[in-house]
Design a protein around this ligand. Structure first.
Ligand code: RIB
Ligand code: CA
Length: 330
């Protein structure tokens, strides 16, 4: 297992820290294959300040208060009113069972400035992994138009190619929240991996996984505890039984090769920014599906459609082995 700094994947996360973002942060902290460079925060599941505090708390829990956290945007690019996802992630973004304490402090830079600064310092090395609305990434692109040349790539949790949406019949939440930002990000010329609902709605934690977490160390117990509310939402809204998505952790897993895609064509993708029923849709050109996806001119977006099995087990094993939290999580 590669663990030295040079062979680890350097990941800069950007989170709207609710329950599945917490899974992503834990995975990035605990996996020896990942160097977590920092975390930007954004509104989405919860407001920006709560996303920031949740991020700081989870890092402290994992003994990683050394990881810089930069607070980001509080509204979409167009300044529209925002809807938070408290009904999915609980009032505290932690299934109403989060930590009482407040640990750590964000850095002075904004998330967009931090992204640009980090990528300038390490050209070609960093994989951006935004798992919330794409506003911070669009702002970073505005600050530094050559950003696409400064990163290793960008792995986005968002969108849906063939799967239905989860906010509208066609739109996934992270894209829907700021369709204009998403459009700018997909138009930029960098290697994108779009980790959409096609794969994240089929990569699921079961009650058996959560039982193992409940019986594991304190970090995994905390994970099982905060996931109860979220699993109830998943049960009522999507699956009819107690299964939990782990959207954002899947994006981190793919970015660091902890899980691999079996089918992942590189295709052109456009974001619908109209005000009609298609708003927020990621329109993926999958017309090559019957010919094993011949290459498309200018295409730079890899769209996983099917993953290898085993990622929920891998994730569960990792956090069950993580042991006790570094701070009090009561
Ligand atoms: O649609 C799922 C995505 O929206 C996840 O990133 C979840 O955390 C929310 O941000
Ligand atoms: Ca998220």
């Amino acid at each position: 297992m590669p663990t030295d700094k040079g062979s680890r994947t350097a990941i800069l996360l950007d989170c709207d820290t609710g329950v599945d973002d917490t899974m992503a942060i834990m995975l990035a902290c605990l996996s020896p294959e990942i160097e977590l460079v920092g975390v930007g925060t954004i509104w989405g599941n919860v407001d920006r300040d709560l996303a920031t505090q949740n991020t700081l708390n989870i890092l402290a829990m994992c003994g990683r208060s050394d990881v810089p956290v930069a607070a980001g945007a509080t509204t979409p690019l167009n300044g529209a009113d925002v809807d938070y996802g408290y009904f999915v992630h609980g009032k505290d973004g932690q299934g109403n069972r989060g930590m009482k304490g407040k640990y750590g402090k964000s850095i002075e830079m904004s998330a967009a400035e931090f992204i640009v600064d980090s990528c300038r310092k390490r050209p070609g090395e960093i994989e951006l992994v935004p798992v919330g609305p794409l506003t911070n990434i669009a702002l970073a692109l505005q600050l530094e138009p050559t950003l696409p040349k400064l990163v290793r790539g960008i792995t986005i949790m968002g969108g849906a190619a063939l799967a239905p949406g989860n906010v509208s019949p066609v739109a996934e939440a992270n894209i829907w929240h700021d369709a204009e930002a998403a459009s700018e990000v997909f138009l930029a010329q960098w290697p994108i991996t779009m980790v959409g609902l096609d794969v994240t709605m089929r990569t699921l934690l079961t009650e058996e996984h959560f039982d193992r977490m409940r019986n594991g160390g304190g970090i995994s117990k905390y994970m099982a505890q905060i996931a109860e509310f979220y699993t109830t939402f998943n049960q009522e809204r999507s699956f009819g039984r107690r299964l939990s998505t782990m959207h954002d952790a899947v994006a981190v897993g793919l970015a660091a090769n902890l899980v691999r895609a079996k089918v992942a064509p590189v295709v052109n993708v456009e974001v619908d920014t109209t005000d009609g029923p298609g708003r927020g849709q990621t329109i993926c050109d999958l017309r090559g599906i019957y010919m094993n996806f011949p290459s498309q001119e200018n295409a730079h977006c890899r769209v996983p459609l099917e993953l290898e099995d085993g990622f929920p087990d891998f994730f569960t094993d990792l956090i069950v082995a993580a042991g006790e939290p570094a701070v009090n999580v009561e």
